[in-house]
Write a protein that binds this ligand. Structure first.
Ligand code: FAD
Length: 347
């Protein structure tokens, strides 16, 4: 992972390339204020700024012309952004020549959108930016890569421990590829909204109004945070619980919490006395699955739940219906391998 980059601040050469950073203008820093007052671009691109902080201004500059110096690959793109480059770019976009005396950690990047066709080929598995790259808009890259690793990690461990199989590893691409594609999609939409045309400016204003509507705000919040992700379970889970295939938020389990129980990395099968037959049904997976009887579940809508090591709800019984034991066994088999042979019980 890249380390945190407190002073990095982008400048996008629009369409394809961005340059920018924290910069300080003029000997006294007053030029920074001048930067803040620049118009927000025209047909050549746009300039965004993060205001003044101790004389530093955070600048982000999108240029539309992909032939802009520095926009193409090669050594130049890998070299450090210079004061002159940033100054020239600001002048091209705004028409104003701003003196810049110092830059902190500036960088240029493109709004690339690329995704590997599959995240697994035999023993080669891709995760994070190796599997997908996209514009940093919305700050989703780290989260996306970490969730890839969380999805893949326990599956690899299962294979190494001898109860995982090829289909389990293939489920990694099946589950994570659409999530990556959705992020590419929303970052493309965000990049499109930066275009400095009157039409897109109008669209930005409408989007901004829409964002005042709580349901719309929640929609975007779920989209950008990834909490709205639901993996389709490859079997009939016997319930249409709205968390099925999604990451379960923490909740109370008797005098502890779900996340505390999950901290050893094992899958968890919770059940209340109302769903007592579950323990017997899952007995043959007891060596791999932590079966936890509980009197009190902080989710009153659940009487039992099977939660994968990555926190995904793989099966559930609600308080209103009897648990579907056949579906539970299918879920256990799908994720945690075949039941332990009866002979093992005697060993
Ligand atoms: C300007 C910018 C701003 C961003 N802002 C945000 C943000 O606000 N929020 C967010 O969530 N994401 C942001 N991102 C995206 C985020 O940085 C990436 O998605 C994330 O760093 C990807 O992590 P990774 O571990 O997959 O890859 P990387 O961070 O690229 O790590 C890969 C590592 O592998 C090393 N490596 C490469 N080849 C080899 C080799 N052959 N042998 C050994 N090591 C090798 C590299 O040196 C690197 O250290 C931003 C990206 C950019 C460019």
């Amino acid at each position: 992972m890249r380390g945190s980059e407190p002073f990095l601040h982008v400048a996008e050469h629009a369409r394809d390339h961005t340059v920018g950073g924290h910069c300080r203008g003029g000997r006294t820093g007053n030029r920074g204020a001048e930067l803040c007052q620049l118009a927000n671009g025209d047909e050549h691109g746009s300039l965004q700024h993060g205001g003044l902080h101790d004389g530093w201004v955070r600048v982000r500059l999108n240029e539309r012309d992909v032939n802009t110096p520095g926009a193409r690959g090669g050594d130049r793109e890998r070299s450090a952004v210079t004061v002159q480059e940033l100054r020239d770019a600001i002048q091209r976009v705004t028409g104003v020549d701003v003196a810049i005396t110092e830059i902190q950690e500036a960088r240029r990047f493109r709004d690339n959108s690329r995704q590997a066709a599959t995240y697994r080929k035999g023993q080669v598995l891709l995760a994070g930016d190796a599997a997908h790259v996209h514009s940093p808009l919305g700050g989703q890259g780290l989260n996306l890569g970490i969730m890839d690793a969380v999805n893949l990690g326990w599956k690899l461990a299962a294979v190494l421990r001898g109860f995982g199989h090829d289909q389990l590893l293939d489920s990694y691409t099946r589950e994570r590829h659409p999530v990556g594609a959705a992020v590419l999609n929303n970052t493309r939409a965000q990049a499109a909204l930066l275009a400095p045309t009157p039409q897109v400016k109008a669209l930005r204003e409408i989007m901004s109004d829409l964002m005042d509507i709580p349901d719309v705000k929640e929609y975007f919040g779920r989209m950008l945070s990834g909490v709205g992700v639901r993996y389709p379970m490859p079997y009939d889970a016997g319930t249409d619980h709205d968390l099925l295939g999604g990451h379960v938020p923490d909740f109370v389990v008797d005098d502890t919490t779900l996340y505390a129980i999950m901290s050893d990395g094992r899958p968890v099968l919770l059940h209340t006395p109302r769903a007592g037959e579950i323990r017997e049904a899952a007995e043959s997976w007891r060596d791999r699955v932590h079966i936890v009887p509980a009197l009190v579940l902080g989710r009153p809508d659940l009487s039992a739940a099977l939660i994968r090591p990555d926190g995904v709800l793989a099966w559930a019984a609600t308080s209103f219906t009897s648990p579907n034991i056949t579906c539970l066994k299918t879920a256990l088999h799908t994720w945690f391998g075949p039941p332990r042979p009866a002979a093992d019980d005697d060993a």
